[in-house]
Design a binder for this molecule. Structure first.
Ligand code: EPS
Length: 375
């Protein structure tokens, strides 16, 4: 299963193509649109989301709500293109008007300009922008349709915003309530403080990042492999999370905490109860030896603060070669809720890929039969 994305942030539209889906998979367009709307929501977002109203439009690969087994192509319109057409149109545009040369620290601007031999960082930022994640959320929604057929569910919450943390334990079922919260946090006191902080940061022209948690429930053991480094499930999941714009760290289970504890306080001991293999802890986060072990998969990702600061950071102006204050485009103060939905989506897609790699199957009946035969 493979996803290719295309599209610029202020271009005409975003597009995605998914190859490798089995035939006869029911596609829940309402659920995918719901996920897209959640990606646009959350406290701390900027003006752009008032313009956009993301919806998936499927172009191929689905007939009467069932996949055909052919490549599934889809588009998501950029409504803001109406405002940007004069500066972005492929058939001819004024490229001087929206030129960006005061490159923003933390954004792709400088490295991209040098690599792609550009004088205008807009030719870089348009693609580097997190707008692209709308496609990955749509694809994640399709992956969730696939996983749902197997009884595998993905959920999550926001764990921290700029150092304000929710460290409590939450059951998988409790996570569903997070999406109804303004910052997708389950600790309402921490959330209230985080919202105040976002207001403060907005007033000061600053930005925030945070931590998101994603969990996968119901995946049987044996997905991913210990036999080749490139087949490890944890490596695939961490790569998927790290590929999200602004992610700087990823943890599996106890994560970096394992380094500070002794073995007896880390490894999840194994018992037999009522003829079933059980564990009383899940510090491994559901993955051992690069394979799912049947426990819940637990992942966390750390998002850096949005690199477009209204107050502007020190930088250089590529046009003059001299010092400058970084460009301040309209932007978000915090996009941690978006990040949480994107993280769930890319994890769903990576798990679906691992399932498809192991089980194959040209149609969903075959996939379900093969999955049900696994221990
Ligand atoms: C982004 C900058 C902002 C964000 C954008 C990501 O866009 P604009 O420059 O149009 O205000 O809103 O995210 C989205 C458009 C989105 O849909 O998530 C950036 O520089 O990465």
């Amino acid at each position: 299963m493979k996803l290719t994305t295309a599209g610029e942030s202020h271009g005409k539209e975003l597009v995605g193509i998914i190859e490798g889906l089995p035939a006869n998979l029911p596609i829940d367009i309402g659920a995918i649109d719901g996920l897209l709307a959640l990606r646009q929501s959350g406290y701390g977002r900027g003006g752009r989301q008032k313009i956009e109203s993301d919806r998936i439009e499927i172009l191929s690969g689905v007939r009467n709500r069932l996949t055909l087994g052919s490549p599934l192509a889809f588009r998501i319109a950029n409504r803001d293109y109406d405002n940007w057409k004069p500066y972005m149109a492929p058939e001819g545009a004024d490229t001087s008007a929206k030129k960006l040369t005061k490159v923003r620290p933390g954004h792709a601007d400088l490295a991209g300009v040098l690599k792609y031999d550009q004088t205008d960082a807009r030719n870089i930022l348009e693609r580097a922008s997190a707008r692209e994640t709308a496609v990955r959320v749509a694809a994640g929604g399709i992956a969730m349709c696939y996983l749902g057929e197997l009884g595998v569910r993905v959920s999550g919450c926001v764990r921290s915003v700029c150092g304000i943390r929710d460290d409590a334990e939450h059951s998988f079922e409790e996570l569903a309530a997070a999406r109804a919260q303004p910052l997708f946090m389950l600790d309402s006191a921490a959330q209230a403080r985080a919202m105040e902080l976002i207001d403060e940061l907005r007033a000061g022209g600053d930005t925030a990042g945070g931590t998101v948690e994603v969990r996968v429930k119901g995946l049987k053991s044996g997905f991913g492999s210990c036999m080749q480094y490139s087949s490890k499930l944890d490596a695939a999941l961490c790569a998927a999370l790290m590929s999200i714009q602004a992610i700087k760290g990823v943890e599996v289970g106890m994560g970096f905490g394992v380094a500070d504890r002794r073995g007896s306080a880390v490894h999840d001991e194994i018992y037999i109860r009522d003829g079933r293999i059980v564990r009383s802890t899940n510090n491994a986060g559901g993955i051992e030896g690069g394979m799912s072990n049947g426990e819940e998969i637990v992942l966390r990702a750390a998002m850096k603060p949005i690199p477009t600061l209204m107050r502007g950071l020190n930088t250089i102006d590529l046009a003059t070669g001299g010092p400058a204050t970084a460009a301040a485009e309209r932007s978000d103060v915090a996009a941690i809720c978006a990040c949480e939905i994107i993280a769930e989506s890319v994890v769903a897609f990576a798990v679906a890929q691992a399932v498809a790699d192991r089980l194959g199957g040209d149609n969903i009946r075959e996939v379900k039969e093969r999955y049900s035969r696994l221990p």
